[in-house]
Design a binder for this molecule. Sequence first.
Ligand SMILES: *Cc1c(COP(=O)(O)O)cnc(C)c1O
Length: 377
Amino acid sequence: MIPIIKPWLGDEEAEAAAAAVRSGWVAQGPRVAQFEAAFCEVTGAEHAIALSSCTTALHLALIGAGVGPGDGVLVPSLSFIATTNAVAYVGATPIFADVDAGTANLTVATLDAARTPACKAVIVAHQVGMPANVVAIRAWCDSHGLALIEDAACAIGSRLDDHMIGAHSDFVAFSFHPRKVLTTGEGGMLTVRDTEIATRLRQLRQHAMSVSATARHGAKGVVLPTFGEVGYNYRMTDIQAAIGLVQLSKLPAIVARRRALAARYQDALHDLESNQVIHLPRDPARGKSNYQTFVIRLLSGGRARRDEVLGVLKEAGIGAGPGIMAAHLEPAWADVTHVPLPATEAWSACSIALPLYHHMTDAEHATVVQELKRALV
Ligand SMILES: *Cc1c(COP(=O)(O)O)cnc(C)c1O
């Protein structure tokens, strides 16, 4: 079986995790602080807060942006459901916007078409690693007084202009789930620009406690914490951070390899693209994708045809999957009224995610291309 993704984990990660265990400090501690500092260096962010997941990072970002009950938050329906669910955690309501048919990302035009008076913030997802134009979106948000949060769950190592994703906005949320580009088993990171907000969110991460465990253990006398508001336990462990530090050092190699494998797909499938059989992902004008997932879209035949092709690939031992889900089509969110979402529905019905992982061999790559072509005749 050729899987859709295989994390690149090795002895170095195993050793780092073992060292954390042997040190006796396994919960959030010095390795988490080190991971946060390294993450700032890589992304160019001001502050980085390591968390239990990207979902919890999105929750804290919404709190940091001052979003609450009665507010509306513009989100792409075309995203993993956590993007939409996070809005509910602060008592706000998602406002679904459509995406661009080429990049599968929100644009100023699709946001403009969906904005309502209740709108307080925007969550823009860099879908499957494809960088959204957050420079243009930020300018649009500023002109309407809206907060901007980036869901960069898939986008560590993607670039816009000369910057890494993570350097552009007040709040950028990352995931380290094994399905993403870097992994710590489970885990997330929130980069934050404002120092005061970062301090508050750091406290909310651990029950809104006024002093951290590290500070308490390092203090000479007895330090009693206070709890100024209702907080959460959204911490990452030092075992995860130890793995994360090793993974982060591999980022340039991982992204280079993913881009090379993507380019190979683009070459090999170019004839299907020119014959209007499929849409291929390609870098947007000002950005460079990390190709967290290589998602193609069938241009005819609808969902039935897509599912048929997935079936043929599965028979051939290829772990391709449906591309990107649409939250507004799920029972949990079916009651929300929304503008027409034609591009979102086309992407969710007709897209296919192809296998792509660091140690993918030439033979495996050729097999995927061959079987896909066979399935599409
Ligand atoms: C995976 C993913 C998430 C959730 O990340 P977790 O770390 O599993 O919480 C959120 N948004 C998008 C776009 C994702 O792909």
